[in-house]
Design a protein. Structure first.
Length: 434
């Protein structure tokens, strides 16, 4: 009898130990407040009209996108552990609190980690450039205008060609302003294997590989046109972070190639399968018939009283069937962030950039809508942002953010007038993390 009791106690102790080695954490962000914006754009047709749009509303997600997530970790022994994350966007100011769109599934992955070596994970995950920008952005990737590197817009509609009389536009066309919605790099991707090393002598390595291929033979079109392609979606990324005392330097490159069935006429205009950019608007959806090269370099230095930031991003997305059709975006930005008092934290950033569109022939560049110009055209853009947090506790803060951006010297219609854009938005809100 005593042996049975001792055995039962031993089993209970082992079960208790196993339970203690496994944990699940619920976390999230609730960010709500007031947002306003002013958008002003000159038309690019002969009327030279001006479009003004003003927004004013109680909204959400000004400083951080609202989310609800679950994280789990299990100690497998010997320095090995298993982990998972499930995270979804929430919109507390709308009727549908949990989003079922492509942006709703923010992260869903599982992996293994070995202490002193590194980790790997499969699933929907952030890219190397997004993770590098997360630790080198003075605005901490907030959702307000004015950041030329992380150009995420919240509380104001980004200007598009369809906003103007006498023109046409299609959703997802990345042409009209260098400051659109997540056009500077791909934020997250599905079907990803990610690898991250531990830090060795100040160096940390990051990599990912995206794979979703389905090869099918395609028929050849008649009448001088072309048809073909396959459903192949691949991507990879490499990044390295180096930390030395108060200096952090990061260098990152990633590439996505999307090949789909297509058909086009003899002059190169698509009937089916027109190319589109992957990751537009922060979604994890794939592109169409596009080859996308992205680079990001940045450095920060902590002076004690403030931290200084320097950033550079470059993205060029080409038509996979005609690389002479492309859109390219480069931007550079400097900024500072500092605790003015123990509870007041402020930041500022300013940056410039250039957006270039090239077409092999009239109306053949399907990244942009209705562009008749042959050759390349460029537009300059810039922006700045000012922000302040007042920390009520470690998890709760009030914030005030103002951002402004502009685009000038843009003339994508052959013989048309130049266009210009000037936009700003501002937000006052409350953010709580848990």
């Amino acid at each position: 009898m005593k042996k049975s009791l001792f055995a039962l106690a031993a089993v209970g102790a082992i079960a208790g130990t196993a339970q203690a080695q496994s944990s699940v954490t619920v976390y999230g962000v609730m960010d709500l407040g007031y947002m306003g914006s002013n958008l002003r754009g000159a038309n690019n047709d002969n009327k030279q009209s001006v479009v003004n749009t003003t927004n004013s509303q109680f909204s959400s997600g000004g400083e951080s996108t609202n989310r609800l997530g679950f994280k789990g970790n299990e100690d497998l022994g010997g320095g090995l552990s298993a982990f998972f994350t499930i995270e979804s966007e929430v919109t507390p100011d709308s009727g549908a609190v949990f989003q079922s769109t492509a942006t709703g599934n923010r992260q869903t992955f599982a992996g293994l980690k070995k202490a002193g070596v590194g980790q790997f994970a499969f699933g929907t995950q952030y890219t190397t450039i997004f993770n590098a920008n997360a630790i080198t952005d003075p605005g901490m990737q907030n959702n307000m205008m004015g950041n030329v590197i992380y150009d995420k817009v919240r509380g104001g509609t980004a200007l598009t060609q369809s906003s103007y009389a006498g023109t046409t536009g299609t959703p997802g066309s990345q042409v009209f302003s260098g400051m659109q919605n997540n056009t500077s790099y791909t934020v997250r991707a599905n079907d990803m294997l990610s690898i991250k090393t531990d830090t060795f002598s100040g160096f940390e390595g990051n990599a990912f590989y995206v794979l979703n291929n389905q090869n099918t033979n395609q028929a050849t079109a008649s009448g001088g046109g072309y048809a073909g392609g396959m459903n192949n979606h691949t991507g990879y990324g490499l990044g390295v972070n180096y930390t030395w005392n108060k200096l952090l330097v990061t260098a990152n490159y990633q590439n996505f190639t999307d090949k789909n069935p297509y058909s086009m006429n003899a002059n190169g205009t698509y009937n089916v399968g027109a190319p589109s950019m992957n990751g537009y608007g922060g979604v994890s959806t794939q592109g169409t018939n596009a080859r996308d090269n992205q680079q990001y370099y940045a450095a920060t230095y902590d002076f004690g009283i403030l931290k200084a930031y320097v950033q550079y991003v470059n993205r060029k997305t080409m038509d996979v069937n005609n690389p002479n059709n492309y859109v390219a975006r480069t931007a550079q930005q400097i900024g500072v962030r500092s605790f003015v008092t123990p509870v007041v934290e402020s930041w500022a950033s300013i940056g410039t950039g250039k957006l270039t569109v090239a077409s092999a022939a009239a109306n053949t560049n399907s990244f942009v809508a209705g562009i008749a110009t042959i050759g390349s055209n460029s537009a300059n853009f810039g922006g700045f942002q000012l922000g302040t947090n007042y920390w009520l506790s470690k998890r709760t803060n009030l914030y005030a953010i103002y951002g402004q951006e502009r685009t000038s010297n843009q003339a994508y219609v052959q013989g048309g007038n130049s266009t210009s854009y000037n936009s700003n938005n501002y937000g006052l809100g409350l953010r709580h993390t848990f």
